[in-house]
Design a protein around this ligand. Structure first.
Ligand SMILES: Cc1cc2nc3c(=O)[nH]c(=O)nc-3n(C[C@H](O)[C@H](O)[C@H](O)COP(=O)(O)OP(=O)(O)OC[C@H]3O[C@@H](n4cnc5c(N)ncnc54)[C@H](O)[C@@H]3O)c2cc1C
Length: 311
């Protein structure tokens, strides 16, 4: 059996002291990640840091980079499978610690930790159309940009005017609309890094109509998705010309269960945590789905969810 990677405690405590100087009161050691993922699974993060300013984000990134430490950034954990052995090194979360919205018609600027649903609601309240599709996506702005979150035929990258990023070497970059690519569930940014802010460009619309559309979309979600159980949305990307859910259903896998993880009876592209799932159960279920769908249809489904951490 492979030996688990563990970091010496004194090294972790030394990094904690350093990080606490950069982000006072915002560092924890051994943070359970099941508290920060919508699947409610995942081991502990060695060092968990929640900066509140762009300067703090940059300082943490520079610190991590200069020491060559492993690094992860997360938002609302709604597209993440953190493995049971947890996350080595430093994990940065940009969520309620890093929120803010400013409206300057037709633009809305949001800090990366702001929930996309809040941005969509603010747009509606201001009579700005273009983010109705996002009303039920439980993403932070940072996670939504990087995943190019989308639904009902629209996606985030189509609405972006610019994105501010701190690259993993600490360099600050602003990407303009023309530099962004619109690809299905793929990062539209030309360079990797931590998204700190996004500016959305919207259009004037009828407030009542915007609210009606958002409600219609949310109603459809409530009808089709198993929202009463911990889940991470669609587990697999749709392959060209088919939907992953249909293929999984036709492979006879609806309701298929491994440990506490189950292919939802309601929506076959959702895996739900029925209470006591581990990340290992979910990984095994993902592999089983891939194998069974490949055997039946010759299509290898690509996970949409990001799998990180140590098994
Ligand atoms: C009930 C439910 C419904 C969903 N419906 C949809 C849907 O309709 N459409 C859709 O596209 N998705 C959907 N999802 C999936 C998920 O909400 C999206 O993928 C979302 O964009 C993830 O955002 P997050 O903040 O939770 O990111 P996380 O899950 O925390 O992270 C996802 C990825 O983004 C990266 N990331 C996060 N924040 C940053 C940042 N600031 N800078 C750089 N990288 C960052 C992480 O490193 C990771 O690689 C759904 C999920 C659930 C649970």
């Amino acid at each position: 059996m492979k030996k688990k990677k563990v970091w010496p405690e004194e090294e972790i405590l030394r990094i904690e002291r350093d990080l606490s100087r950069l982000v006072p009161g915002g560092v924890t050691v051994g943070e359970p990640m099941d508290r920060h993922t919508t699947w409610r699974v995942g081991g502990k993060a060695d060092l968990f840091v929640r900066p509140t300013t762009v300067d703090q984000v940059r300082e943490v990134i520079c610190y991590v980079h200069s020491r060559g430490l492993p690094f992860h950034v997360i938002g609302n954990g709604s597209n993440l499978l953190v493995l049971d052995g947890g996350l080595r090194g430093v994990t940065m979360q940009l969520k309620d610690n890093f929120q803010g919205i400013k409206v300057r018609r037709p633009y809305i600027t949001a800090l990366a930790g702001t929930l996309l649903t809040q941005v969509a609601k603010r747009a509606a309240a201001c009579g700005l159309t273009g983010l109705e599709f996002a009303a039920g996506i439980p993403a932070t702005v940072g996670g939504a940009v990087v995943m190019n979150a989308g639904a009902f035929g629209s996606s985030v990258s189509e609405r972006l005017q610019r994105v501010r990023v701190i690259r993993f070497d600490g360099q600050h970059i602003v990407f303009q609309r023309e530099q962004l690519e619109n690809r299905y569930r793929r990062n539209p940014l030309p360079d990797k890094g931590v998204v700190v802010e996004a500016v959305f460009v919207l259009a004037p619309g009828d407030k009542e109509e915007i609210y009606r559309t958002m409600e219609r979309y949310n109603e459809e979600r409530r009808r089709k998705q198993p929202l009463q159980w911990p889940n991470a949305g669609s587990v697999f990307k749709n392959p060209p010309g088919a939907t992953a859910g249909e293929l999984i259903e036709k492979a006879g896998l609806k309701g298929y269960t491994i440990g506490g993880a189950q292919i939802s009876e309601q929506h076959a592209n959702f895996i739900i945590n029925t209470g006591k799932a581990t990340a290992a159960d979910i990984v095994l279920l993902i592999r089983t789905v891939q194998r069974r769908v490949a055997e039946k249809f010759g299509i290898v489904l690509e996970p949409e969810v990001k799998i990180i951490g140590e098994p």
